[in-house]
Design a protein around this ligand. Structure first.
Ligand code: SF4
Length: 67
């Protein structure tokens, strides 16, 4: 089952609070949750993550970090 959540963080790339949407998969039987994936950020067009060629989440300061 897909679980989504929203977190607010201060992002040093844009020097203000941003709203991030995350999603992870929860196993219905074991309850195990996969690592969260980033779905969106309300400021991702100002930091180099969102470009004309798509989203480059590996550039996000929170990429690979537990949120
Ligand atoms: S996508 Fe950009 S603005 Fe949003 S949290 Fe990541 S680095 Fe900051």
């Amino acid at each position: 089952m897909l679980k989504e959540r929203v977190v607010e963080k201060v992002c040093n790339a844009v020097h203000r609070e941003v709203t991030l949407e995350l999603a992870c998969n929860e196993n219905d039987i074991t309850g195990y949750e996969s690592a969260s994936m980033m779905k969106s950020c309300d400021s991702c067009s100002q930091c180099g993550v969102k470009t004309e060629s798509g989203y480059h989440w590996e550039r996000c300061v929170f990429y690979g970090r537990a949120l």
